[in-house]
Design a protein around this ligand. Structure first.
Ligand code: SF4
Length: 362
């Protein structure tokens, strides 16, 4: 089980798409600050371990703003928890700080929203953030740390997506996440200037996915329904996380089952009942559907795809191949486990119709 812990709501960015602005304001009103104490987080780590967590994700706000982050990470490791950290990466531009975390086997997810300083800084509303984030990414990679990047799409950066992916490629990032914005917090307050239409972003999304395939990079899209990803279905991120138990702990709310809650925050439509992806698709964020309706969502034809298909979750297989294997990294196989055909563009195997588990993908 993954336990996702918000280490406070303070941040040195103020992104236009930030979803936690409402919770941050509520925390300020309720408790007069946006953080909890070190002891509270120590107890939280002990409690999540006792509930059976194997992995912990440190998020925020910006976790690196906490002076006790290293001690919390050390405690997590001593409890046997694998650690991921979601950060804007700015403070890792300080090489000494990046070095302090080496040895804790942390997987970093660093947010960079554009390939240009002007645009990224306009999105984060923090001048100089682009230079610091890029330096942070470079420091962590130079130190041999596991690192993915994340782009949150908005009206400001849609056309930047492919060049941003190319920037990641140039600096050595091989795992990329792209999220469609959730209109809560800042994105909800400024919906019209932040949230694009799917029809506007899809050409860029598909080009980015195609580029990553050619370049051997891994890319996943969050909150982009399967009917929007024809030919690129296996890059839908939710397919990968739906069956991984994940609890989410906010500052002043109880821990809850994120997979269940996330699905309640999404919308489905009457036409979805005729779509072959209905059983595995979560649909778009509810706020998007409320604003724009259902017309963009055209059901996919064909035999229904569902988790109940035989062998869909037969487990993870890894083989060592290619560039990543040269560094000793494990990578997942890319051929159909049922018939051996290459898995490229379709959600089901083009040769035998097998529904590959997302774990079959590189
Ligand atoms: S179920 Fe609905 S939202 Fe999901 S892919 Fe099909 S038509 Fe699109």
């Amino acid at each position: 089980m993954i336990s996702d812990i918000k280490l406070g709501y303070r941040c040195n960015n103020d992104c236009i798409h930030c979803v936690i602005a409402d919770q941050r304001d509520a925390a300020l009103e309720l408790r007069g600050n946006t953080d909890r104490s070190t002891e509270e987080y120590r107890q939280e780590l002990l409690a999540c371990r006792a509930r059976g967590a194997t992995d912990v994700v440190f998020t925020g706000g910006e976790p690196t703003l906490r002076d006790d982050l290293l001690s919390l990470a050390e405690l997590a490791r001593s409890l046997g928890l694998r650690i991921s950290m979601q950060s804007n990466g700015r403070r890792f531009s300080d090489r000494a700080l990046a070095e302090a975390f080496v040895g804790l086997d942390i997987s970093y997810l660093i947010a960079l929203h554009s390939c240009t300083a002007d645009r990224h800084d306009a999105i984060t509303r923090a001048r100089g953030s682009f230079e610091e984030t890029v330096a942070g990414i470079e420091n962590l990679l130079a130190l041999g740390q596991k690192l993915s990047t994340k782009v949150v799409l908005s009206k400001k950066n849609v056309t930047d997506l492919v060049p941003t992916v190319r920037l990641f490629e140039r600096i050595g990032v091989e795992h990329i996440g792209v999220a469609f914005p959730h209109a809560q917090g800042n994105a909800g307050r400024d919906f019209d200037r932040v949230v694009p239409r799917y029809t506007e972003v899809l050409p860029h999304v598909h080009r980015a996915a195609a580029h990553c395939r050619r370049a051997g990079l891994e890319i996943r899209f969050e909150a982009v329904p399967l009917c929007m990803m024809r030919g690129f279905e296996l890059h839908v991120g939710e397919l990968e996380v739906q069956d991984i138990p994940t609890e989410l702990s906010q500052l002043d709310f109880q821990t809850y089952d994120w997979n269940t809650v996330r699905k309640r925050l999404k919308a489905k439509f009457s036409q979805c009942r005729t779509c072959r992806y209905d059983a595995v698709c979560e649909g778009p964020w509810r706020e998007y559907a409320e604003r724009f309706g259902s017309r963009e969502f055209v059901p996919a034809r064909g035999p229904p795809v569902g988790w109940s298909l035989p062998g869909a979750h037969a487990g993870r297989r890894t083989v060592r191949t290619g560039r990543r294997a040269a560094r000793g990294e494990k990578v997942n196989r890319t051929t159909c486990r049922a018939c051996g055909a290459p898995l490229t563009t379709q959600l089901t195997c083009g040769r035998c119709g097998y529904l590959p588990c997302c774990h079959d993908q590189p």
